[in-house]
Design a protein around this ligand. Structure first.
Ligand code: CP
Length: 359
């Protein structure tokens, strides 16, 4: 059965099929109104959300289906100590498909191990956000007409920005994509993405510290906020929180066809004056999120019993009871997940659930 935990759970072909279906739905919305009649989606959100939860809800409603779940785990039996796996076992007996967001990294992968229905990762800590990636790919297609050959600058919190990590993984499978990483030292891309994605997949990338120096080269400028909630040290957050500001003057140096993307919410990294520029695509991006989630729900349920669309089998877990994940925000630290690891490109063990280093 196909779950969507990481963008690479979808092949490039499957990813394109979902984006193509979203484009088809946009053009013929009336044809999809009954597609999910009598079917149910559960949204289990252990962390706040506006866009992701409501766009999943709107997507299922536009397909004629129903939605149940919680927006705050404190109002569920999670507050009595129910585990992620038990919650999913219970909810899966009521619904056809589950979208889950969790502040714990690897929670959805752990949940998928016991789930009889497809699990969609709607964001796990600072690790991964694959449905935002599908939204971003659809937005790039609609703004530029193609993904191959683009130059994209990622600007902001590349360390904790899960949308950045996921989109880089997905873009690695397109041709001639150039990536420019714009961040100060404290917000740089994690080592595991740099080595196990950028180097392994031979992505053409370079690192700079200001957006001004690369603005004229970009087809896409992908901004993110600094993720305050992920910092363990508030002083460290205060030092970097105002690292970037996109204003109209900086944007005036960009190509006329460049598109500014942002997963939102924004804080202060894009000034409101930019919103009126036709290149500001971030509110169009939000609407794309609903259409691509409609396409995803349809495809995952279509593929559910099709062995041609299972989970990737190229990564075999290594079990080692003596090794330990070093990430305090990993599912291994809060639930009885197995001591499972993968071998990284550099040869060291990485946590199966969150990709953190192991000791
Ligand atoms: N882009 C995104 O994930 O937004 P929410 O946190 O509001 O869902």
């Amino acid at each position: 059965m196909k779950h969507l935990i990481d963008p690479t759970d979808l092949t490039r072909e499957e990813t394109d099929q979902i984006v193509d279906l979203a484009l088809e739905i946009i053009d013929h919305r009336e044809d999809w109104q009954e597609k999910m009649a009598h079917r149910k989606l559960s949204t289990l959100f252990y962390e706040p959300s506006t866009r992701t939860r409501l766009s999943f809800t709107a997507a299922m409603m536009e397909l004629g289906g129903n939605v149940l779940g919680f927006a705050d785990a404190a109002n569920s039996s999670v507050s009595k100590g129910e585990t992620v796996q038990d919650t999913v076992r219970v909810v899966s007996s009521f619904v056809d498909i589950i979208a889950m967001r969790h502040y714990i990294e690897g929670a959805q992968l752990y949940a998928s191990e016991v789930s009889p229905v497809p699990i969609i990762n709607a964001g796990d800590g600072s690790h991964s956000h694959p449905t935002q990636t599908l939204t971003d790919l659809l937005t790039i297609r609609r703004e530029l007409g193609h993904i191959d050959g683009i130059t994209i600058g990622f600007c902001g919190d590349l360390r904790f920005g899960r949308t950045v990590h996921s989109l880089i993984k997905a873009l690695a499978r397109y041709k001639d994509v150039k990536v420019i990483l714009i961040a100060p030292e404290a917000l740089k891309l994690p080592d595991y993405i740099r080595r196990d994605v950028c180097d392994k997949m031979q992505i053409d990338y370079r690192e700079v510290e200001t957006m001004e120096e690369v603005m004229p080269e970009l087809d896409i400028l992908y901004m993110t906020r600094v993720q305050k909630e992920r910092f363990l040290d508030e002083d460290e957050f205060d030092r970097v929180k105002d690292s970037f500001r996109l204003d109209c003057e900086k944007l005036s140096k960009a190509k006329t066809h460049m598109a500014v993307l942002h997963p939102l919410p924004r804080v202060n990294e894009i000034l409101p004056e930019v919103d009126n520029d036709p290149r500001a695509a971030y509110f169009r991006q939000v609407e794309n999120g609903k259409f691509v989630r409609m396409a995803l729900i349809v495809k995952l349920l279509e593929w559910k019993n099709d062995p041609a669309h299972g989970m990737p089998q190229d990564d075999i877990p290594i079990y080692n009871p003596h090794a330990k994940c070093t990430n305090p925000k990993c599912i291994c630290a809060s639930e009885a997940a197995a001591h499972k690891f993968r071998r990284s490109t550099g040869g060291e063990l990485r946590c199966w659930y969150c990709d953190a280093k192991v000791k």
